[in-house]
Design a protein around this ligand. Structure first.
Ligand code: FAD
Ligand code: SIN
Length: 527
């Protein structure tokens, strides 16, 4: 199978790239489950961009740099912020209907968009569609992709490994498991874009969907790409704490609109931790909650929005209100029990301003990439913006450096002559659980060198077992994901051990101080 461009992932990053390429390239987009998979449809708060006269790009840059705790690449931050207007305009052109300030006034008749606020933002600058911004963006992009004659979307295809032509260090395709047939196919392309999302599923408790297993990061690493800042996992402060809620985010926009975090006693505690109280950067809030939970021996803290009017709850947070109601929580009357959970991979495959990786014709965009935008802690609602901006950068670079219908080299077929069907799956499911639990316990919000070292020993054992299993049995989706998760866990722990300081999301009791100079943690295969 051949395409001009192969995009691994059908989230905001992958579909934006596909749409920007498709007028002059044949594009194949893979999704490992269905087109609703990935984090994009789950995004709640919105997408950050400067738009009103009291806000400036300089302020957005400054908020991003502050949240990033000295590790953002300022040129990348400026590049991204300056394209905020383009990103919002493009989404509106494609059909996303962001909420208006006054529902009865059209923008064309002088109406304005409603902007919300989240932690770390000095002003309201977040465009949103109620509390389901991601779902609106995902469905709009997917609808357009389905309508485009040059875009083919293949569901239930799990990319396994990249095919790299070693002689010229160029990516020429991907091996992909077709879940329906159980067969592994070789897909060829002149350019491959990794847009497969993040890796928060490596933790036991996460706001992310099941697909967030770091496949793109692991594939790129195995193929020879360097990765950056893998130790910076963002923990979202407020996910619903309920025995039957697998992962329900309670958007930071609720605090942006005036929600308050409280202890069981009713005390509003965030002022003790930061001047911006409930709107402090996410790393600060998550750590404060973790601290209070450990200090008081409590299972959760509470987000109080009971002072919001019914109208505000219905217009701004209908999804969260309805989802909480299914767990018996009426958020107009009851405070919402919340805990932090793994939310976002700030690190990833190292790229330049075009989304290019260390391998020719291989790009990484969206949550898979480490562009330098987020530094040690991502500013809320900058992720969807980054997806758009770097999808555009990669698309433009591919259009300038490849041609349509280019001849492609032969690639070797997938070899399964030495493997058989697995006789039992318990090894895979046991190792999934074990990995995610010790990552939560040892590599979580507060770290220490002994805990990280313990995690590394366990990873080495799991690695060996999984490698043995992988070499002996036919692959399935669970095994592919587990192999990737253990790879990513290894990269996270090794990066965390290298950082001999606390900064942003990486907080370790073994090195509580922050060094004067901020340096990226770069890992390079074979180095
Ligand atoms: P995703 O949207 O995660 O898509 C990944 C795609 O890759 C999926 O289609 C998946 O099937 C596919 N895939 C993965 N592995 C493979 C494989 N091996 N083979 C084939 N396909 C594969 N950010 C904001 O800016 N604003 C918000 O309000 C916001 N809210 C959030 C709320 C929640 C609950 C979550 C979880 C995240 C939120 N984020 C938010 C973060 C943001 O949603 C994500 O970072 C962003 O959507 C990632 O987009 P992406 O295109 O990189 O990947
Ligand atoms: C949220 O709505 O709280 C999530 C926003 C984000 O992760 O950027």
């Amino acid at each position: 199978m051949q395409a001009d461009v192969l995009v691994i992932g059908s989230g905001a990053a992958g579909l934006t790239a596909a749409l920007l390429l498709a007028d002059s390239r044949k594009v194949t987009v893979l999704s490992k489950v269905d087109t609703k998979s990935g984090s994009t449809p789950w995004a709640q708060g919105g997408i950050a961009a400067v738009s009103h006269e009291r806000d400036t790009p300089e302020d957005h840059v400054s908020d991003t740099l502050t949240a990033g705790a000295g590790l953002c690449h300022e040129d990348v931050v400026r590049h991204t912020v300056m394209q905020g207007t383009w990103a919002i305009g493009q989404l509106i052109d494609w059909g996303v209907q962001f909420d208006l300030r006054d529902r009865d006034r059209d923008v064309r008749a002088g109406g304005e968009y409603h902007l919300t606020r989240e932690g770390g933002h000095s002003t309201r600058r977040i465009f949103h569609v109620a509390d389901s911004t991601g779902a609106a963006i995902a469905s709009t992009l997917m609808q357009r992709a389905h309508q485009h004659p040059n875009i083919e979307v293949l569901e239930n295809r799990v990319a396994i490994d990249l095919i790299v032509n070693k002689a010229d260090n160029a990516c020429v395709g991907v091996y992909v498991l077709n879940r329906a047939s159980g067969l592994v196919e070789a897909l060829q392309a002149s350019a491959v874009i990794l847009a497969s999302g993040g890796a928060s599923k490596v933790y036991l408790y996460t706001s992310n969907p099941d697909t967030a297993t770091g496949d793109g990061i692991a594939m790129a690493w195995r193929a020879g790409c360097s990765v950056a800042n893998m130790e910076f996992n963002q923990f979202h402060p407020t996910c619903l704490f309920h025995p039957h809620a697998k992962s329900l985010l309670i958007s930071e926009a609720m605090r942006g609109e005036g929600g308050t975090l409280r202890l069981p006693s009713g005390e509003a505690f965030m002022e003790r931790f930061h001047d911006a109280a409930d709107l402090a950067p996410r790393d600060v809030v998550a750590r404060a909650i973790d601290h209070e939970m450990k200090r008081l021996g409590i299972d959760c803290v509470y987000l109080d929005v009971t002072h919001f009017s019914r109208k505000l709850l219905q217009t701004r947070f209908p999804n969260i209100a309805a989802r909480c109601a299914t767990f018996g929580i009426d958020i107009a009357h009851d405070s919402i029990p919340v805990v932090p959970a793994a939310h976002y991979s700030c690190g990833g495959v190292r790229t330049d301003l075009h989304g290019q990786t260390d391998i020719d014709s291989l790009y990484a965009i969206g949550e898979t990439a480490a562009t330098g935008l987020h530094g040690a802690n991502r500013l809320a609602s900058n992720s969807l913006l980054e997806c758009m901006v770097f999808a555009r950068a990669a698309a433009e670079h591919i259009l300038a450096s490849t041609s349509q219908g280019a001849k492609m080299p032969e690639v070797p077929a997938w070899d399964e002559s030495r493997v058989i069907d697995a006789d039992e799956k318990i090894v895979v499911s046991h190792n999934w659980d074990e990995l995610r639990r010790f990552m939560w316990d040892y590599v979580g919000i507060v770290r220490t060198t002994p805990r990280l070292t313990r995690a590394l020993h366990r990873i080495e054992l799991l690695r060996r077992e999984i490698h043995e299993f992988y070499s002996s049995y036919r692959v399935d989706a669970d095994l592919i994901e587990l192999r990737n998760l253990v790879e990513v866990a290894d990269l996270i722990v090794r990066s965390a051990l290298r950082r001999k300081e606390s900064r942003g999301l990486h907080y370790t009791l073994s090195f509580p101080e922050t060094c004067k100079t901020a340096e990226d943690t770069l890992l390079t295969p074979g180095a």
